[in-house]
Ligand binder design. Structure first.
Ligand SMILES: *Cc1c(COP(=O)(O)O)cnc(C)c1O
Length: 365
């Protein structure tokens, strides 16, 4: 049995042994030239991953930290929050928990958001930000983010409101080409433990110039996620507070590895795994009552969510895989009993996925 390539959770994901080993280096001071040199070397790769010429900040927090940061630095008074699952619900809740007003545009789990609806809601006026999750990890739905950002721009033209697009790309960035600059995203963030295939504990985010302008005018940005502080230290290739130094070593090694393969090839590998997984569910799944949860054209390249009709219980499949030494994800939150999920992201390959699917067939019987 292979000792790598059997862990298919939709986060955290499997970390390559070379990346794990990098963390065993001695801890160094975070104000020294050595740390700046390491972060400077990561910089061009992070920009390539985020498809931007803007800074990409490194935060020693999980992704939720930067979700909160994006609200504190980006929402002035009132946001429209797009909700279609557990993580987009979290984003919406963060807006009100940070003391802002929020209107929810909710669709059922498994559905995506209609850009025309986004436009219709925003054109009524009074909004200054939109929160959206690109790849809803709970359901495997990929939102049409470029079109949604376009709709926001059109609403800005119509209303004269400045409306920032705050995007959670936690399971899309590094698994797909998510165009922070090209799509006009005002903040795009991810966490280390999803398609970046790093251990949990870091988050990355890139702001547009107007996001930084907005932040300058807002009070109550707090301290830990104050983007102005991130910007000040980023200029020196440092972080505002003590970073998780060992994880920075892992990041440096992973940036080196991603730099060698290139982000376009990485994205293509993810789409190839996704297509393979969808085809398997469509061809083989029906005999066990498995079907794809997300509609065609709106499926995430990194996570496939399958509806389980009860012929074989979700927990039985997950446990059966575990007994054979393989890990897949159960359903998330309210979808726990009715779905299972395969995370095909990070360092996995189509061959490893094929091996996983063969074991799945054994378990399903
Ligand atoms: C995992 C995940 C998060 C939360 O990330 P943490 O690192 O646990 O804070 C947010 N959004 C999406 C889409 C996720 O998949």
């Amino acid at each position: 049995m292979p000792d790598f390539g059997r862990f298919f959770l939709p986060g955290p994901t499997e970390v390559h042994p070379e990346v794990l080993q990098a963390m065993a280096q001695p801890v160094i001071g975070h104000r020294g030239s050595e740390m700046s040199r390491i972060l400077e070397a990561c910089d061009p790769v992070l920009r390539a991953i985020f498809r931007t010429s803007r800074p990409v900040y490194v935060s020693s927090s999980s992704a939720t930290g930067l979700m909160e940061g994006s609200v504190r630095n980006g929402v002035r008074r009132r946001a429209l929050s797009l909700v279609n699952g557990a993580f987009s619900t979290r984003y919406r809740d963060l807006v009100s928990e940070c003391g802002r007003e929020v209107e929810t545009y909710e669709v059922a789990p498994g559905r995506f958001h209609d850009p025309r609806q986004v436009f219709e809601r925003l054109r009524r006026g009074g909004f200054d930000a939109v929160t959206v999750v690109h790849s809803e990890t709970a359901t495997g739905v990929l939102n049409p983010l470029a079109e949604i950002a376009d709709a926001v721009r059109r609403a800005e033209g119509e209303t004269g409101d400045e409306i920032l697009v705050l995007a959670d790309g936690v399971t899309s960035v590094a698994g797909a080409l998510v165009e922070a600059e090209g799509w006009g995203l005002d903040f795009l963030l991810t966490g280390s433990q999803k398609a970046m295939a790093l251990p949990p504990g870091l988050a990355f985010g890139t702001p547009s110039a107007r996001m930084m302008e907005r932040a300058r005018t807002l009070t109550g940005r707090g301290q830990y996620f104050d983007l102005l502080e991130f910007e000040k230290y980023w200029q020196k290739h440092q972080t505002p507070t003590t970073p998780a130094v060992s994880l920075i070593y892992a990041l440096a090694e992973q940036c080196r590895r991603i730099g060698v393969g290139g982000v376009a090839a990485r994205a293509e590998r993810h789409w190839a795994m996704a297509r393979r997984c969808w085809a398997w569910v469509e061809e083989r799944g029906p005999r066990w009552g498995l079907s794809l949860f997300a509609p065609e054209g709106y499926r995430s390249p990194t996570v496939t969510c399958m509806r389980v009709d009860g012929r074989v219980a979700a927990a039985e499949i997950v446990e059966g895989m575990k007994a054979r030494g393989w890990t897949i994800g159960g359903g998330y939150g309210p979808l726990k009993e009715s779905t299972i999920r395969i995370g095909h992201m990070g360092e996995h390959t189509v061959d490893e996925l094929d091996a996983l699917l063969a074991v799945m067939e054994e378990v399903l019987g």
